[in-house]
Design a binder for this molecule. Structure first.
Ligand code: PLP
Length: 399
């Protein structure tokens, strides 16, 4: 099987990650931060090692500001609802966002809008290019937060995080960045890019297992809690502790998943994020170049040569995106994602809300042979009429 759905989750995971999860389960399965006995301390040390690995990767000075979450969605909900729920009574509170956001941002924003927060969505071109000047021009005196995805999970387009972040820092307005599609592929430094809140998915480019993510919260920024409960600290009080990470991490953590995340980051650090990213981007470039030459295939997203995440979105003339993905899977054993990719607004931008797109996404384990195989398969698919492929199948609906 050829796996080209790395924007959903990285697969297969590195051997080191599998071993770290297994070792955590078999050797340090006690609860961290809850007991003074050796096994519990070992579990606490596993969390600390992972927290330090996350902090090191993103230029974070104080690892206690790294909050472990279930995934990027959980981190984004904590950040968005944490900034606003305390402020919702303040009528007219405002925020700025892009038109490329995943539903992990768009749906909590819709909830906040229902609570009275005003949201400005900054326009962009059909390939997702968003002018930093337009983002900054949307900021008003009542703006409490700007939230931007670092890269579109549909089009691959990069947003101008550093330009916006550094300007916002001067104005004292926090920038929340969704790094789900860039962490592990592009170097990210929260200080140099002016990022106050960084939502991290542990199971995509960071190569960890599913069920782990993180939120970085800049020093001095306090959020409303999303979940409250036991932390193993200040247990006599009914108030959630003020100290991080305990303030935002209640209940027993996913120690095996968090240990696996540390192992994934260690693989990336050993190989170098810049080198891993350069390889993935070179493969995406080759894929786009070759697909552009095939009649009947239309590519979306930024033109080749423009910096973008290693995502190649396309349509095959005369075929629904779900059918193309189905043929790729059944006939060619190539796994890709079709449909709307949980980001309907990005499809509205690209003009593909009704049809969806086929998304090929490259990751750490992708090989050049995988790229060649995908090109050959799509050449064959586009070279025959849709009826040839579909004659025996029920159409799938994967929206
Ligand atoms: N944001 C973007 C841009 C994504 O692509 C995704 C997942 O595809 C998410 C957020 C959600 O990530 P997670 O699965 O870690 O919750």
């Amino acid at each position: 099987m050829i796996y080209l759905d790395n924007a959903a989750t990285s697969c297969p995971k590195p051997r080191e990650v599998v071993q770290a999860v297994e070792q955590a389960l078999s050797d340090v399965c006690a609860n961290p931060s809850r007991g003074a006995y050796e096994l519990s301390l070992q579990a606490s040390r596993a969390l600390l090692r992972s927290r330090r690995a996350v902090a090191g990767l993103f230029g974070i000075d104080d690892e206690s500001r790294v909050i472990f979450t279930l995934n990027a969605t959980h981190a984004l909900n904590l950040a968005l609802k944490g900034v606003f729920s305390a402020r919702a009574p303040e009528r007219g509170a405002h925020m700025v966002t892009s038109r490329l956001e995943h539903n992990a941002v768009a749906r909590p924003l819709a909830t906040l809008e229902r609570r009275g927060v005003a949201v400005t969505r900054v326009p962009c071109t059909p390939d997702g290019t968003t002018d930093p000047a337009d983002i900054l021009a949307a900021v008003r005196p009542e703006t409490r937060l700007v939230v931007l995805t670092h890269a579109s999970n549909v089009l691959g387009t990069l947003l101008p995080i550093a330009e916006v972040g550094l300007a916002l820092k001067e104005w004292g307005i926090p920038l929340l960045v969704d790094s789900a599609q860039t962490a592990g592929c592009f170097p990210i430094d929260v200080e140099q890019m002016g990022i106050s809140l960084l939502a991290i998915s542990g199971h995509k480019g960071l190569l960890g297992p599913q069920g782990v993510g993180a939120l970085y919260i800049a020093p001095g920024l306090e959020l409303e809690t999303l979940v409250e409960g036991g932390t193993g600290s200040r247990s006599e009080s009914l108030e959630q502790p003020a100290e991080t990470p305990d303030r935002y991490e209640a209940g027993t953590p996913n120690t095996p998943g968090i240990a696996g995340l540390a192992a994934g980051i260690e693989v990336l650090v050993r190989e170098g994020v810049a080198a891993v990213g350069a390889r993935e981007l070179a493969m995406a470039r080759r894929l786009r170049e070759r697909l552009a030459q095939i009649e009947g295939i239309r590519l979306y997203g930024p033109a080749n040569g423009t910096p973008a995440a290693p995502i190649v979105p396309l349509a095959v003339e005369g075929m629904a995106s779900a059918d193309v993905a189905h043929v790729l899977d059944r006939e060619f054993h190539i796994a890709v994602r079709a449909g709307l990719h949980c980001a309907p607004e990005a499809h509205r931008v690209a003009g593909t809300l009704e049809t969806g797109l086929v998304r090929l996404s490259i990751g750490h384990a992708t090989t050049w042979a995988d790229i060649d195989a995908a090109v050959e398969a799509l050449t064959e698919i586009a070279g025959k009429p849709a009826e040839h492929w579909l004659k025996n199948w029920e159409k799938m609906n994967v929206r």
